[in-house]
Design a protein around this ligand. Structure first.
Ligand SMILES: Cc1cc2nc3c(=O)[nH]c(=O)nc-3n(C[C@H](O)[C@H](O)[C@H](O)COP(=O)(O)OP(=O)(O)OC[C@H]3O[C@@H](n4cnc5c(N)ncnc54)[C@H](O)[C@@H]3O)c2cc1C
Length: 367
């Protein structure tokens, strides 16, 4: 029996699993949705990244990938839908209208859940951006489905066709394979930068269906946006930085982080930190790297005074070259580093700043 046939024939005893749950069999659900976020009129990079696992899972299951986009500006949403198709989706649905012109979690989640109740997708994937983290559990709760947050991999159970949502459990270095065999849709998030953006295929085309928001937003959101503030334009988001200088408890003080700032500026990069550095108030939480912070993929990651706990290292798996500076030669960070410097950062950082600045002003010396 093929995987598709196995999925169709799969039956659960609804009354036993959940008496209040309308009897909808897993086999009645079809398609992998990726919820796309539109920012400043364009589809966000983290949303495009989610098309990578979506395509892989859809190919294994022999089903389709659908982009789902919500907002007030139909033109921008259509353009974003077309971009999702060129990057691997087979089709897209846009829910557009005044009711969704301002972001409000109940309205956005309610519209996704209403569309999902109507269309019955097998899987809904969202990027774990601030917005995705807010909406995904809301949708899961409205659909009485499960949710697995912060997945780092996805796969398909060859026997049942269930989605394996794979993630490290808290504080451990093993991987948990999670599935929700009796509930649909299967809902999961993955952090930005865990998956690459799929390549663009100019020739790809597919249908884009537009639905009015008024049919899907059932109630006023019960909240109002009073003010929104954009990130400073000169501030490179951590997820996009090519050079990251991250400090840990070993850097110890604000003055120490000022030295890291200077090195980051010299490189044209940004400063980040470990959770201990965040807890000590040395770096803001949005700059935390790791399991409960962000995943980064810079060309160069310099870890200064960071021990290299599994929860930290998880955030730098996609980094290019990793350089670690630590006084303890046995620090675990050296196992994740391409280059290790066993020394006090106070000696190394000023020397690096001097050397890089000298090479920048005398290009003949190379960089
Ligand atoms: C559920 C859970 C989630 C977590 N999520 C995250 C996360 O997202 N990100 C994260 O980072 N952590 C996370 N942690 C915490 C993590 O386990 C570690 O406690 C934390 O990463 C340690 O931070 P650190 O390396 O800065 O500090 P420490 O472990 O205290 O290491 C400090 C290092 O600095 C070195 N050092 C000291 N002085 C100097 C000097 N002068 N020069 C050079 N080196 C020096 C020391 O040798 C040491 O290796 C999480 C923990 C849990 C339980």
């Amino acid at each position: 029996m093929s995987l598709a046939q196995k999925r169709k024939s799969k039956r659960v005893d609804c009354a036993t699993v959940c008496p209040e749950w309308g009897c909808r069999q897993p086999g009645e659900h079809e398609g992998i949705w990726v919820v796309g976020e539109v920012e400043g009129g364009a589809i966000s990079e983290p949303s495009l990244q989610m098309l990578t696992p979506a395509r892989m899972v859809a190919n294994k299951l022999g089903t389709f990938v659908e982009g789902v986009l919500l907002g007030g500006d139909e033109g921008a949403l259509r353009a974003a839908a077309s971009e999702m198709i060129k990057r691997g989706a087979d089709r897209a649905t846009v829910i557009a209208g005044r009711e969704l012109s301002e972001y409000a979690p109940p309205a956005f989640a309610g519209a996704i859940a209403a569309l999902a109740a109507e269309r019955r997708p097998d899987v809904i994937l969202l990027s774990a951006t601030m917005r995705g983290r807010e909406i995904a559990p809301y949708v899961a709760s409205l659909l009485r489905a499960g949710i697995t947050a912060d997945c780092t991999q996805f796969d398909v159970d060859e026997d049942s066709g269930d989605l394996f949502m794979i993630r490290p459990p808290f504080a451990a270095i093993m991987l948990a394979y999670i599935k929700t065999p009796t509930r649909r849709p299967q809902i999961a998030t993955a952090r930005p930068n865990v998956f690459p953006v799929p390549p663009r295929d100019e020739a790809r085309d597919g249908p884009v269906e537009v639905r009015p928001a008024s049919s899907y937003v059932r109630a006023p959101p019960g909240m109002r946006l009073l003010r929104s503030e954009a990130l400073r334009r000169d501030e490179v988001p951590l997820e996009k930085a090519e050079y990251v200088v991250a400090g840990g408890r070993g850097v110890g003080t604000k003055e120490g982080f000022a030295a890291l700032e200077e090195l980051a500026r010299t490189l044209g990069g940004v400063v980040a930190g470990s959770r201990r550095a965040v807890d000590l108030g040395l770096v803001p939480h949005e700059r935390q790297v790791g399991q409960t912070g962000k995943s980064v993929r810079p060309k160069l990651y310099i870890a200064v005074g960071i021990s290299g706990a599994a929860q930290h290292v998880m955030g730098i798996r996609e980094a290019g070259t990793v350089v670690a500076i630590n006084i303890d030669r046995d620090a675990p960070i050296f196992r994740s580093a391409d280059y290790g410097i066993v020394a006090d950062w106070r000696d190394v950082i000023p020397a690096l700043i001097r050397e890089i600045s000298a090479r920048r002003t005398s290009p003949g010396k190379g960089t």
